[in-house]
Structure formats: C-alpha cells, structure tokens
Write a protein that binds this ligand. Structure first.
Ligand code: SF4
Length: 213
C-alpha cells in the first residue's frame, strides 16, 4: 500500500488535546470534501479549509510513500530545523488521511512515548494501528467515524449543533473557532459556548499565533 503525501514535517502540535507536543506531521494529498482549488471552494462541501493539500510537492517534502514499521520511522528533519513555515491543516480527509489535511501526525516525544495519531474529517472508517483518533466533523458530510479520543469541531458551522455530538463516545470535546474574516466573532461565540457547556473546551490554533508550521 502506498500514500500520496503532500509533505512531512516536524513541529509542535498546535491544536486540540495534544497542543504543544512535538509531532511529525504527515499531510496527505487530496481531500474528499474539496478539490483544494480556489475556484471550487464555493461549491465544496467543506469551504473553510486553511490547508494546501494539492499535489505532493510540499515544502516539508512530499511524494508517494509506503508505510514503514514504526520503529524505523524518523522525522524528515531533526528537531530544531524547521520546515519552511506552512499552515498546519485542520483536519485530514479522504482515505483517512491520517495526516493532513487529514493529517496524520505521528506524535513522538521519545521512542518509548511515540504514538500514531490521526486527524480526520470522519467520513471514512477508522484505520488499524492508530492509537489516537481526532475527528473533526464537517457540516454536509456524513459522520462515519463516530468514536475516538478527541472530537474537535470547528465552530460555528451552519448545520452542526455541538449538542448533537456530545453524546458520542469521545474522551475530549473541543470547539475551535473558525478562522477567516469572522475569527474574532467566532472566537467569542466559541468561548461563550464553552462557558455555558463545560463538556466542551476551547481549542486555539496556537501554531498560527506563534508563527510556526
Ligand atoms: S475536510 Fe479538512 S482537509 Fe478537507 S477541505 Fe475540509 S478542512 Fe480541508
């Protein structure tokens, strides 16, 4: 089996439950909810994407890759040498992009503590060998993967009420303000929702605040 990968880079996880944790991000190419081309955005199922997942030519180094045993994986560049700053995507899509765009990030603090997380839009079934599942539902797309470690909802999304998700078997529930021209208002709405519904915690895109990839 092989995967089309946009790029692989070593950085800190910027969002959600693993914020601040060193991670190797493997951002898959393609998504099943948007072509990635701007002229198609207005008609896409998912229209707020902040990730370039088109092609396999990312600055962090992409290509068609085959999985290797976990013990033989290495970051594409050593800690301390950053890839050219790029935005980290909010989720990962299609074939269960374990990495990005649905990005699949392989968090690794030490070899002993290394994990294989995936972030996905949840429209595909889960994969074997994944030990941390972050699902980021998208309005207008059927949620197939309905359990995991972390549910991260970009907020607000017309057509998704957080209340409709909070009974699902996830350990962590995050609201993350939708970026874009309404970011400040969306942040206020997310803060207010978390205050009124303590089951939910606020997730911020700290990599954007810090200017890291
Ligand atoms: S599902 Fe994720 S990767 Fe796909 S368009 Fe939406 S935000 Fe981007």
């Amino acid at each position: 089996m092989s995967y089309a990968v946009k790029e692989i880079f070593y950085t800190l996880q910027g969002e959600g439950a693993n914020t601040g944790r060193p991670a190797v991000f493997c951002r898959f190419a393609g998504c099943n909810l948007w072509s990635g081309h701007e002229p198609d955005r207005a008609t896409a199922v998912c229209r707020f994407c902040d990730t370039d997942f088109v092609g396999i030519d990312g600055a962090g180094g992409g290509g068609v890759v085959s999985p290797r045993p976990r013990h033989s994986r290495r970051p594409s560049r050593p800690p301390g040498r950053r890839a050219k700053p790029r935005r980290a995507s909010s989720c990962a899509p299609a074939a269960n992009r374990c990495c990005s765009s649905t990005r699949r990030s392989s968090n690794r603090c030490t070899r002993k503590a290394s994990r294989s997380p995936i972030e996905t839009n949840g429209t595909q079934p889960g994969l074997d060998g994944i030990d941390w599942v972050c699902v980021s539902p998208k309005a207008g797309a059927e949620l197939v993967l309905r359990q995991g470690n972390e549910l991260k909802l970009i907020y607000p999304q017309a057509g998704i009420d957080p209340e409709s998700l909070q009974a699902l078997p996830f350990t962590h529930f995050f609201l993350q303000p939708m970026d874009g021209p309404d970011r400040l208002r969306n942040t206020q709405l997310a803060v207010q929702y978390c205050l009124e519904h303590p089951r939910w915690r606020l997730s911020l895109q700290t990599h954007k605040l810090l200017g890291i990839p």
